[in-house]
Design a protein around this ligand. Structure first.
Ligand code: GTP
Ligand code: MN
Ligand code: MN
Ligand code: MN
Ligand code: MN
Length: 214
């Protein structure tokens, strides 16, 4: 299904410009493609089954944001010189959503995928962290006092994780937005990896999204 997604609504980058890396490829990359830039982004999520309007099961909460460039993405950003990708994601989380790193921080084991854009010599790392539903709501509220709020960050976004009766409104329609980098792929990967969506549910949603965006 990832192959079906190519070219949809990314700004500047085509989704197929990003290549998923195995851990061996990631290690050997520095030798073949340097100097490399790295960027790290993270998905904070919580599991909580909630029936909306007695109809749609909203299985959890996933945090994204509206970015300065007008498109959706995960909080995170470029890894600075002298930083590891892990240090980068944690620092950017603090800057962009005000994450209290003494209570919540990503670990190396939270990295679920890395991708390379060979043309840009850019490696993107994607991390995922589960928090309790109560903590999720508190973290959302704190984003308004993050130092980058109103500069790089223009509002936290909770992803609608259900599909309405017409088969399009809800999650499939959300996917039709424009996303930074390969954030749409990462959202899909994160939802499957966290088991918030089954493969079957995702394939139904992707079909609805693809037929709608034609
Ligand atoms: P500056 O501090 O202004 O440099 O921004 P930043 O460090 O916060 O960087 P940004 O979040 O824009 O990320 C850098 C690059 O990563 C972008 O140019 C995109 O190509 C890519 N990117 C942005 N958001 C996402 C995302 O959610 N997922 C992925 N994979 N890539 C993203
Ligand atoms: Mn940033
Ligand atoms: Mn950023
Ligand atoms: Mn930055
Ligand atoms: Mn910055």
């Amino acid at each position: 299904w990832l192959a079906d997604m190519e070219g949809f609504g990314t700004l500047g980058d085509k989704v197929d410009d990003f290549k998923l890396l195995s851990s061996e490829e990631l290690v050997s990359l520095n030798a073949t493609l340097s100097p490399l830039k790295h960027a790290s982004h993270g998905m904070i999520f919580a599991r909580r089954s909630k029936l909306l309007w007695d109809l749609y099961d909203m299985k959890g909460m996933v945090m994204m944001q509206l970015r300065f460039d007008g498109v959706l993405g995960f909080p995170g950003g470029l890894v600075d010189d002298g930083e590891t990708p892990l240090q980068g994601v944690n620092r950017e989380m603090h800057e962009e959503i005000g994450l209290d790193l003494s209570k919540y921080s990503f670990t190396d084991g939270d990295r679920i995928a890395s991708y390379v854009h060979e043309g840009k010599k850019l490696v993107l790392h994607f991390y995922m962290m589960e928090v309790s539903p109560e903590d999720f709501v508190l973290l959302e509220q704190r984003t308004l006092s993050a130092e980058e709020y109103g500069i790089e960050t223009y509002g936290v976004v909770r992803v609608p994780l259900f599909t309405m009766g017409d088969g399009v409104r809800g999650f499939p329609a959300f996917l039709a937005n424009q996303f930074a980098g390969n954030a749409r792929d990462e959202l899909i990967r994160g939802l499957l990896c966290s088991k918030l969506f089954t493969q079957q549910e995702m394939s139904v949603a992707l079909k609805a999204y693809l037929s709608h965006s034609e």
